[in-house]
Ligand binder design. Sequence first.
Ligand code: ATP
Ligand code: MG
Length: 248
Amino acid sequence: MIPRDHPRYESLITREKLVEGMKAGITAIEGLIAHGRGEAFDYILGEKTRDFALKAEKAATAMLLLAKNPVISVNGNTAVLVPKEIGELAKLVNAKVEVNVFHYSEERVRKIADYLSKFGISALFAGDAVLEGLSSSRRIVDKRGIYSADVVLVPLEDGDRCEILKRHGKKVIAIDLNPLSRTSRMADITIVDNITRAIAKMCEFAKDLRNLSKEELEKIVAGYDNKKILGEAIEGIIEYLENAKKLL
Ligand code: ATP
Ligand code: MG
């Protein structure tokens, strides 16, 4: 048991969820390493949702609301960290949820879908279509989901797939704590925030933005500049580190 008053309680609970997920065959061992990279960036971002993330979360939610066939792609880490929030966001923006993993096995995909079903999510995982041009298992998709989607939300993405999704004409929203990653630079909207905070924030935005007209939503998306946001994220890290140095 992790004591509630531990100064790093949130972070330790998150790690525990991933370890449990791994033991249950949902999270890949490699997922634990990927999380470590994310944590390191979160640390030097101050472990808070910053302004640049809020702007991206708002624009991303507007983009999902405008989409014809929005899909939320879920991997092993996302499934164990924010299943409830994913279910809520999917309902609010009327998106499908699809299981899509880098380390593929039919068994693992089924386990993730079973786990999500406990949270009221009926995830797609037919694996009946292929994203041409992609060599990793991420290429295996569902015809009704990512294959035919116009907007895809890809938390914790690998750069390769992001590139291919773009080449297939899709709009890509990434959640990645690393503003320097290929994924971050390739996506249309990059949310530099921890997934443990980002999806819940998007749910809050969705509740408000749902009431806006198509034109108002389009204005939000048109006013968004991903390069500028990534620049602000990098500035945010620099600022955090400079302050930390001053406090020595
Ligand atoms: P590239 O995008 O440059 O190809 P990569 O795909 O090799 O990078 P991975 O380590 O495979 O990078 O992907 C994991 C990414 O997910 C990392 O960039 C990490 O910052 C991010 N990440 C991990 N855990 C979280 C989390 N909880 N919330 C947000 N982002 C996270
Ligand atoms: Mg990446």
